[in-house]
Write a new protein. Structure first.
Length: 661
């Protein structure tokens, strides 16, 4: 069958008929996210990258397996019932009760303040805005201080490290569902390029085994063709089988006997199910730690070594994450998000890492000790909220389970990856809504283990809860009831903190693109704030909010409801307040009109802001920063293979990725 496909397979990888009730192994002779297609790419066809046939080295071997314990076509509702849980449907009266309860939580601070201190929102003083700015500035300085100490600590450990150091054994686990072929190929190339002596396994779990999923297996075979890859197609889910189940043990044994990279294509059930399969396989092989990533993520070649080195700091370090960056910076949304990512990881997670309490090991890049994973993986995959089986938030929940076990979680800025982010505003809001739901859902777990960790964990949780509410109250207060001076002080406080962040980022990285940091405030107020509110109001909804990128559809009304409603609220206030001050009361006889009225101040601020933005953009267009960063979808080759710059790490020269800082 040299050069030809099996009889039940067509030349188009999307029309391949997958075998049923079998475990198939396709092996060559000797020789990511799980989030789907990138929204910034036009939906590449597998044929575009030369995937029109299977490798010609031989026909697949078919191993017959018993009938399924749980059919592959089982719906999510049936799965939930098999776990003793409810389906994703929640009754209307429960939804209404939850919404009313959440609204009461949001209104409670105002009611308490008004009752106890007789504070009137409509008559707030300028000190409110100044206090708000001071709190932000103090928090920023504290975060910068601890993150700088953590960076210094990590740098010191790396400089003292032996150039030939090796630590715990690792296995790389990538998961994906109908990923964009170009992104998947780049991801797999980055996995192949990883350099760490004790990395014992590269594994891709495809969350689907239908004809539409076959192209992912072909890309896997193409990338690893010189390393003897294998493809397994179990017709069951590992999470549905007991640990001593014969089929599950056979699957693990087949993978263990194969030394090369392995791709497992299992029935579609969600990202957690795919990760669970990888965990079960790596655990049985005796691998000490697992590096997890998404199928749209490019890993730095040294990522396994750096993450393993983070675990080596102490036996009580149970997990670690690294510096996650963005490669598709072709729109304002994705570009500003890339700036936000730098602060979220290098500052916020850096400060948390100094206290060993990183609250989320990001899905695109993380490492976990398998000894801990083995203890929590069953409860993790069956997580429920309000009796409903959870889908998203796998990374934050697994991190919190590690913290609940009493282990520490670290961050290393030496471990680097590049991943994808939404390029459209509505898609970005949907993502933030999903992440906010995960944050709210994990609060009880964090509350239950705060006593085991540093007080910084308590502070970080309280700040993440209180700050958005402070932003909402101050924003609504200024827009609807604020005077010109109040609005001025509020804007000055925000610009001041934004300037501090900009100065620090430029000082550390030397990259002038961080001058755009202040503009993220607009994205925060217009998108993140309504996402936070909508997430709290609809916490009962466990739907992903998006589908695989190859079949993405953002026409659902709920994706537009929060930002549109919030935008109307802000729009009405912006035009209502100036008009209110423009209508002056009749002046008394002999009284002259005020030179700097509130209306004059408000309109002057608008004109100044517009002029500032025009000058701002002109400068960066002239300097070429926009043309450098506003490029759509940097490929894996552009990020890693084409660079000529090197950096000295632990005594050896190391290739540096594009824009690495």
């Amino acid at each position: 069958m040299d050069g030809q496909l099996p009889a039940n397979q067509s030349k188009d990888p999307r029309n391949v008929t997958a075998p049923t009730n079998t475990v198939s192994i396709i092996g060559l002779q000797h020789g990511h996210g799980h989030r789907g297609r990138s929204p910034s790419s036009p939906g590449h066809s597998p044929n575009e990258i030369g995937l029109d046939t299977f490798p010609p080295n031989g026909a697949p071997n078919m191993l017959t397996t018993p009938s399924l314990l749980v059919p592959a076509s089982t719906t999510s509702s049936e799965v939930a019932r098999s776990f003793g849980l409810k389906s994703s449907h929640v009754s209307i009266w429960k939804k209404g009760t939850w919404i009313l309860f959440t609204m009461g939580i949001f209104l409670l601070p105002y009611v308490v303040l008004k009752a106890c201190f007789h504070i009137q929102v409509s008559a707030g003083a300028w000190q409110t805005s100044v206090t708000y700015g001071m709190l932000m500035a103090l928090d920023f300085m504290a975060v910068v201080s601890f993150s700088a100490l953590n960076r210094r600590k990590v740098n010191h450990r790396v400089k003292r490290r032996d150039p030939h150091w090796v630590g715990v054994s690792t296995g790389i686990l990538a998961v994906g569902y109908r990923e964009d072929p170009i992104l998947l190929e780049g991801c797999l190339k980055s996995l192949k390029a990883v350099r760490y002596q004790r990395n014992q396994r590269v594994m891709l779990v495809v969350d689907g085994n239908e004809a539409q999923d076959e192209y992912m297996a072909q890309i896997f075979m193409k990338v690893f063709e010189d390393q003897g890859p294998a493809i397994l197609r179990p017709d069951f889910l590992t999470m549905d089988r007991l640990a001593n189940d014969k089929d599950r043990q056979d699957l693990v044994r087949q993978i263990a006997y194969h030394p090369g990279p392995v791709c497992v294509m299992q029935p579609h059930r969600g990202k957690r199910s795919a990760m669970y399969t990888g965990f079960a396989v790596l655990l049985q092989q005796g691998i000490e730690s697992v590096v997890v990533t998404d199928s749209d993520t490019y890993l730095d070649p040294h990522v396994c070594k750096e993450l393993a080195f983070a675990l080596a700091e102490s036996p009580i370090v149970g997990a670690a994450t690294g510096d996650v960056r963005i490669y598709n910076t072709g729109t304002w949304v994705s570009f500003l998000s890339s700036l936000r990512y730098w602060f979220a990881f290098n500052l916020e997670r850096g400060a948390q890492s100094y206290h060993s309490v990183v609250n989320c090991v990001s899905g695109p890049l993380g490492i976990y000790r398998m000894s801990i994973v083995s203890e929590v993986m069953d409860s993790w995959v069956r997580q429920s909220f309000l009796g409903v089986l959870c889908t998203y938030g796998d990374d934050r929940h697994l991190t919190n389970l590690v913290l609940r076990e009493g282990f520490k979680v670290k961050f290393s800025h030496y471990a680097i990856c590049y991943t994808d982010t939404p390029i459209r505003f509505i898609a970005w809001v949907t993502q933030q809504t999903r992440w906010s739901k995960s944050f709210f859902r994990e609060i009880p777990i964090q509350l239950g283990c705060m006593h085991m960790h540093s007080p910084w964990m308590t502070y970080a949780l309280l700040y993440q809860l209180v700050y958005p509410m402070m932003m909402i109250y101050n924003l609504v207060n200024c827009i609807y009831f604020g005077t010109g001076s109040q609005i001025s002080w509020w804007l000055v406080s925000i610009v001041f903190v934004g300037t501090l962040k900009t100065a620090y980022a430029v000082r550390v990285t030397g990259d002038k693109k961080f001058f755009f940091t202040t503009l993220y405030g607009f994205l925060y107020m217009l998108g993140y704030v309504p996402a936070k509110i909508f997430a709290a109001l609809t916490l009962y909804d466990n739907s992903w909010g998006t589908s695989a990128r190859l079949i993405r559809n953002f026409t659902q009304l709920q994706n537009y409801f929060a930002p549109v409603t919030w935008g109307l609220i802000l729009f009405f206030g912006i035009f209502h307040n100036p008009s209110r001050y423009a209508q002056h009361a009749p002046l008394a006889e002999g009284q002259s009109p005020p030179i700097f009225s509130d209306a004059f101040v408000i309109y002057s601020l608008c004109v100044f802001t517009f002029a500032y933005l025009v000058a701002f953009f002109w400068f960066f267009v002239r300097t070429g920063i926009l043309s450098r960063d506003f490029k759509r979808d940097f490929t894996y080759e552009e990020l890693y293979e084409s660079t000529e710059s090197y950096v000295n790490v632990d005594g050896s020269n190391r290739k540096v990725a594009r824009f690495e800082v």
